[in-house]
Design a protein around this ligand. Structure first.
Ligand code: HEC
Ligand code: HEC
Ligand code: HEC
Ligand code: HEC
Length: 127
């Protein structure tokens, strides 16, 4: 019996170690760069999109989870810029328009009426 608990103990310790490594790996996905206060996505014909990154991410403000936007960081640590994968034309990843609208505009439409989240083209895109 004593021996069995020993084995279980090791299994649990192993699981804890794996969890620890995963947590650290996830943290370093962001840690290489400081969190920006404001972000400008360069856009194209429609014009650049600037938003307050700190306000969106802060727990006491809009509290949008990092992963809502940086959706694949577990798989590709360090790749934060949407444009690394999302290009003008759809390829391995959907187009940058579908990426931006799929996260940003989608939520803003859900929050329409209850918040000031912009949904008009010109309120996000500035030429
Ligand atoms: C909530 C903010 C938001 C609103 C509102 C919005 N967009 Fe976008 N849009 C984005 C983001 C973010 C991107 C990706 C930015 C990038 O290309 O770097 C994007 C990309 C695009 C692109 C591809 C890049 C470019 O500049 O050509 C087009 C075209 C576009 N949007 C058209 C529109 C049109 C038309 C409307 C209004 C019907 C609109 N968008 C409203 C956020 C928004
Ligand atoms: C509303 C969407 C959104 C949320 C929420 C969000 N981010 Fe971002 N973040 C972005 C966008 C968009 C960029 C700019 C990427 C680019 O250049 O295309 C960015 C950029 C960054 C950068 C700088 C990357 C560079 O290349 O300089 C870091 C670091 C970062 N985010 C960390 C975080 C962390 C940590 C959280 C959660 C606390 C978070 N982000 C939440 C959308 C978001
Ligand atoms: C390392 C590559 C990579 C980065 C960086 C990346 N994405 Fe993606 N994204 C993908 C791939 C691949 C898919 C399609 C498969 C999937 O859903 O995971 C996708 C799918 C999406 C979708 C679903 C769109 C649709 O039409 O189905 C949205 C929305 C999205 N990404 C938004 C973003 C935003 C916003 C950013 C930046 C904050 C971002 N992505 C950064 C690779 C990436
Ligand atoms: C989960 C919901 C959610 C997501 C995702 C989200 N937003 Fe927002 N955003 C909001 C809300 C809510 C507000 C309005 C806050 C208020 O009422 O003052 C807002 C406000 C804004 C504003 C006006 C104030 C400012 O920050 O300059 C801009 C521009 C904006 N968002 C752009 C974006 C862009 C670009 C993305 C994607 C990279 C994005 N948002 C993703 C919820 C979201």
């Amino acid at each position: 019996m004593k021996r069995k608990i020993g084995v279980l103990g090791h299994v649990l310790m192993g699981a804890a170690a794996v969890l620890f490594v995963l947590t650290v790996a996830q943290a370093t996905g962001y840690a290489k760069k400081p969190e920006p206060a404001s972000v400008t996505m360069k856009g194209d014909k429609q014009g650049a999109v600037t938003f307050d990154h700190a306000t969106h991410a802060a727990k006491d403000k809009l509290n949008v989870a990092c992963k809502t936007c940086h959706h694949n960081l577990d798989k590709t640590p360090g790749k934060l810029a949407c444009g690394e994968c999302h290009k003008a034309e759809k390829g391995d990843a959907p187009s940058i328009k579908d990426a931006g609208h799929g996260v940003c505009l989608k939520c803003h439409k859900e929050k329409k009426g209850t918040t000031k989240a912009p949904t008009a083209c010109k309120d996000c895109h500035k030429k």
